[in-house]
Design a protein around this ligand. Structure first.
Ligand code: RFL
Ligand code: PHB
Length: 389
């Protein structure tokens, strides 16, 4: 055997899984299709659940997050002139951390480098073999050379467009999907955030989100039609549209500036069941996608990794297979809850083209319900801060 676990994908899922396994004395090799610079240039998630914060600490990759991350005790939801604050701390006794996925990924690469885990970048033609036997293998091309690694288990951490999920025969897989008719145009700028907490703004012009990475770095999103391209939106047009969607008091405070990055992400809900096929396990975006409205994508990847590490360690150390037998069902229970929450948040906050007056009225009624009912706010807060693992 060349290594114990071959991990396909060097995004947050693959790196965190490797880190947790290595710290339990298990050998891993990571295969990543892109360069490290490319992986680190992707601007994605920004909100980390406390359970995930604790998992990063446990993995020995939480020190910079604890220094530089910003704990948030609440967030604001608005609907035109109506606004409601969701006080996480008061409603649940918990909070979330504002810390970018880019930073987490950089911290995990640093931690993996310190351990000395082999990470192959720019690999091509990854082929997963023999996962129904006790000795699977992964073949790949790197630097023009074909290589093959035999192992005990394969972890498919290769995102939505990866190869791992496709190894499971179609008749053994069940897929669930909802594609939404809009995307989010995101903009990053060196400006102070418009508000000290995140604002999720529903409006008759569509959704907007005011988020941040630090006291001097803001991240904003606006809902745009699926056909739009980032180049269709000048910085000035973006800022103008954002102002029209944010609550008036916030819009007046908005500091604009040149964008550092602008990109569009389509919104999708997707689950592929089960997460295990023989000795192959799917983790994170390889198995499921949520619309970003509930800030759950990265956090679900972390809970998958947590469950899988907890299953693989006894399987490799003591030949105890109960954990790996239960991995898929355990992870899916948490995944489906986050699917439901992200879908509900998406429906509540976005304008759907061609929707009727009833749909718009229901969105408004949902807001009024949140304003009126502490029970409704607690339900939202419990899901937003993340269910226990
Ligand atoms: P990733 O981050 O996609 O990493 C997978 C890695 O696998 C590599 N790969 C391969 N490597 C080898 N061989 C192959 N055949 C391979 N195919 C792919 C890829 O190059 C990549 O490096 O999945 P992972 O690790 O599961 O992490 C999941 C999170 O990245 C994801 O859930 C979130 O970023 C989702 N997401 C967001 N989540 C949030 O909570 N808040 C957000 O604001 C948010 N914004 C986003 C997002 C996802 C986006 N995507 C996937 C397009 C914005 C975007 C644009
Ligand atoms: C972000 O800061 O990128 C972010 C925050 C919350 C979300 C989605 C994205 O729900």
């Amino acid at each position: 055997m060349d290594t114990e676990v071959v991990i396909i994908g060097g995004g947050p899922s693959g790196l965190l899984l490797s880190q947790l396994l290595n710290r339990n004395g298990i050998a891993t090799v990571i295969l990543e299709r892109s360069s490290r610079a490319h992986v680190l240039s992707r601007i994605r998630a920004g909100i980390i659940e406390w359970g995930a914060v604790e998992t990063f600490r446990e993995a020995g990759a939480g020190a910079r997050m604890d220094r530089e991350g910003i704990p948030h005790n609440g967030c604001v939801l608005s609907h035109d002139a109506l606004a409601v604050r969701i006080d996480f701390e008061e409603l649940t006794g918990r909070k979330v951390m504002v810390y970018g996925q880019t930073e987490i990924t950089a911290d995990l690469y640093a931690a993996q480098d310190a351990i000395g885990t082999p990470i192959f970048h720019d690999v091509d033609d990854v082929v997963i073999e023999d996962v129904l036997t006790s000795r699977p293998a992964v073949s790949f091309t790197v630097d023009g050379e074909r290589r093959r690694l035999e192992c005990a288990f394969v972890a498919g951490c290769d995102g939505f467009h990866g190869v791992s999920r496709q190894v499971i025969p179609a008749e053994k897989r069940r897929e669930f999907e909802r594609i939404y008719p809009f995307g989010w145009l995101g903009l990053l700028a060196h400006t102070p955030p418009v508000h000290e907490e995140l604002i999720y703004a529903g409006s008759e012009r569509g959704f907007a989100l005011a988020s941040m990475r630090s006291q001097t770095l803001s991240r904003y999103y606006i809902q745009v039609p699926l056909a739009d391209r980032p180049d269709d939106w000048s910085d000035a047009a973006f800022w103008e549209e954002l102002k029209r969607r944010l609550p008036a008091a916030a819009a007046q405070q908005l500091v604009t500036g040149p964008s550092i990055e602008k990109s569009i992400a389509p919104l999708r809900s997707f689950v592929s069941e089960p997460l295990r096929y023989g000795r192959l396990f799917l983790v994170g975006d390889a198995a499921h996608i949520v619309p970003p409205t509930g800030a759950k994508g990265l956090n679900l990847a972390v809970s998958d990794v947590f469950y899988l590490a907890e299953a693989l360690v006894p399987a490799l150390k003591h030949q105890a297979s109960a954990g790996i037998d239960g991995y898929s069902a355990r992870a899916l229970a948490r995944i489906w809850n986050a699917m439901r929450f992200s879908w509900q948040m998406t429906l509540m906050l976005h304008r759907f083209d061609g929707e009727d007056s009833f749909a718009a009225a229901m969105r408004k009624a949902t807001f009024m319900h949140l304003q009126r009912s502490e029970t409704a706010r607690r339900d939202l807060a419990e899901n937003y801060i993340g269910l226990p693992y």
